[in-house]
Ligand binder design. Structure first.
Ligand SMILES: Nc1ncnc2c1ncn2[C@@H]1O[C@H](COP(=O)(O)OP(=O)(O)O)[C@@H](O)[C@H]1O
Ligand SMILES: [Mg+2]
Length: 316
């Protein structure tokens, strides 16, 4: 009996030839380990294989990769090395434990004009700073679903940070998405851009707006949440694979079930709630002041910071 070839690479998996392997790699799954994070239907979608074959290939990939364990200290060492983007406000940085973290999704939700987009602009500038100055030394992919990207604001914020406004703008790759398909495929096909342009921050402003306007009514909710889940899964995937930060904004609604206290609730349901590593609730205060509440964080206590939205950007 012929001995089966040892599985070392994606090409070695049953049912996967060079063309299919290339498709899978282009989608960002260039190692067996990364491939193992996919569900059969996801692999099937990426590769065009049928679900049965996708499952067989994944089973073989799982058998070929061994699970390695790290000690708590090793994980701690790695965590200390994770980069953070300064927000421009010392108080807000402290609330976040240093800034907006790489390898994670940070969500800001709040009413209209609460400052969600302005924080996105500030982060798009600051991500370009070298690590010693509070950045990630990379460029930015900015998905604008509401038509509110303003280069003038980037220019002003960059000038205030002593950066060349033109260069700063050249390092921000803006996609104006008008449909969820566009929004999703921008992220699904982002790997090439991320590698070539050293993208270190992905902004999705806003994450839910198009999903809400396209999937209307109870009947569409299941499909909406399923697509949203895939989208968020992919965002988390690229955050991990490339060590980049993901900042998403989210809309709110009044939850009629909350009778006492603030009924403002982010949209997107459980899927959104579980997806964000860190959630921030932005509220308008007097004049240019905004209150930022840390609602959910794996390692920081709940708390609030007061920031100002100025012409130069986010400040204490
Ligand atoms: N050039 C500027 N100087 C000072 N404040 C500004 C400037 N541009 C916008 N803002 C403030 O930002 C607020 C809008 O914040 P934004 O982040 O766009 O809200 P949203 O939460 O809806 O995304 C406005 O209230 C406005 O006062
Ligand atoms: Mg906005």
């Amino acid at each position: 009996m012929a001995k089966e070839k040892a599985v070392k690479e994606i090409e070695d998996l049953p049912g996967i030839g060079p063309t299919t392997a290339e498709k899978i790699k282009e989608a960002g799954y260039d190692t067996l380990d990364k491939l193992c994070s996919l569900a059969p239907h996801e692999l099937s979608e990426i590769s065009g294989m049928n679900a049965d074959n996708a499952k067989k290939a994944l089973d073989a990939a799982k058998q070929a990769t061994t699970i390695t364990y790290s000690t708590g200290s090793e994980v701690y060492g790695l965590r200390k090395a994770i980069g953070k983007i300064t927000t421009g406000s010392k108080e807000l940085n402290e609330l976040l434990g240093g800034g907006v973290e790489a390898r994670a999704i940070t969500e800001a939700y709040g009413k209209f004009s609460s400052g969600k987009t302005q924080i996105g602009f500030q982060l798009s500038v600051n991500a370009q700073l070298p690590p010693e100055a509070g950045g990630l030394g990379g460029s930015v992919l900015f998905i604008d679903t509401e038509g509110t990207f303003r280069p003038e604001r980037i220019e002003a914020i960059a000038k205030a940070a002593d950066l060349d406004p033109e260069k700063t703008l050249d390092n921000i790759f803006v996609v104006r998405a008008e449909h969820t398909d566009q929004q999703m495929s921008t992220i699904e096909r982002a790997d090439k851009l991320i590698r070539e342009k050293n993208i270190k921050l992905v902004v999705v402003d806003s994450l839910m707006a198009l999903f809400r306007s396209e999937f209307i009514g109870r009947g569409a909710l299941g499909e909406r949440q399923q697509k949203l889940n895939m989208h968020i899964h992919k965002l988390q995937n690229i955050a991990d694979a490339y060590g980049l930060a993901v900042y998403v904004t989210n809309q709110v609604m009044d939850n009629p079930a909350i009778l006492f206290g603030d009924p403002t609730t982010p949209v997107g349901g459980n899927i959104m709630a579980h997806a964000a590593t860190t959630r921030l609730y932005l509220r308008k205060s007097k004049e240019d002041k905004r209150i930022v509440r840390l609602v959910d964080s794996p390692n920081m206590p709940e708390g609030e910071a007061v920031i100002k939205i100025t012409t130069s950007g986010i400040r204490d």
